[in-house]
Design a protein. Structure first.
Ligand code: GLN
Length: 254
């Protein structure tokens, strides 16, 4: 082990926080940071914008949504990092990509004005912009995470290639990937792509735990939370707050 057991850093990359961070997506970084601390790990956050150096370690990578213009700004830089991101994804690094970056982790995004942005194809999907935006709170069902609750706001309709697992399915209101096949998001190895803003993670602690567990197991061989009485209580409080936020969001579908 490279660090003493009590320190146990976990390095979190916040990808393009300047241009890809809308509808509260930076809350995902804060949620992971807080939860890691409560589990007795030492979260280290690295903001990586265009042309920034990549940190020595990347245990969890979090990316947010953005306007079409933001997506156009970061695409070149994303391509320069594409091979490395593929290697990390293949190696099991957990990643959460919301909306605009979910689209660019796919094969391409053709925007509503007809511009075709090539994606880096970590997720085998493609997206086509529509002139009607898809907006509202959303509840979807997932075997791994139970009900996932978030907020969608996008013009792109995403279609998964055959064999790609969606993150969840919807049976109620909401558009999800495309408004046609009742799927939402995608899950490839430990890479999650989703339209769920909100922020997503504060309302969905099971997804935070999935990312944290995968990161800790990959770096340290196991996920071994270490609590004090105080952190145990704080975690229970955090989860109660999440449960209340979930109830409110679920009761206001659109
Ligand atoms: N610009 C993309 C779209 O409208 C992504 C939007 C977002 O990230 N919320 O589909």
């Amino acid at each position: 082990m490279e660090q003493s057991a009590s320190k146990r850093p976990i390095d979190i990359v916040s990808l393009y926080p300047k241009d890809m961070n809308i509808y509260g997506d930076s809350g995902n970084v804060l949620a992971i940071e807080r939860r890691l601390s409560l589990y007795g790990y030492e979260p280290r956050i690295h903001a990586v914008n265009q042309n920034d150096a990549w940190p020595d370690h990347a245990d969890i990578i979090l990316g947010g949504g953005g306007q079409d213009t933001g997506q156009k700004k970061i695409i070149e830089d994303l391509f320069r990092r594409a091979d490395m991101l593929h290697e990390l994804a293949d190696d099991g690094v957990p990643m959460l990509m919301i909306c605009g970056l979910y689209q660019l982790f796919g094969e391409y995004f053709e925007t509503v004005d007809g511009t075709k942005l090539e994606g880096i194809s970590i997720i085998r999907s493609y997206t086509v912009g529509r002139d009607v935006r898809m907006i509202g709170n959303l509840v979807e069902h997932s075997e791994l995470f139970g009900d996932i609750i978030g907020y969608e706001n996008h013009s792109g309709q995403t279609f998964l290639r055959e064999g790609v697992a969606p993150l969840g399915h919807m049976d109620g209101e909401g558009t999800g990937n495309n408004g046609e096949d009742h799927t939402e998001g995608a899950l490839v190895n430990h890479v999650i792509g989703t339209y769920m803003h909100g922020s997503l993670l504060p309302k969905n602690p099971k997804i935070s735990d999935f990312l944290i567990r995968a990161a800790a197991e990959r770096r340290y061989g196991e996920f071994a939370p270490q609590f004090t009485d105080e952190t145990r209580e704080q975690l229970a409080h955090l989860d109660e707050t999440a449960a209340r936020a979930r109830e409110v969001a679920a009761s206001r579908p659109r």
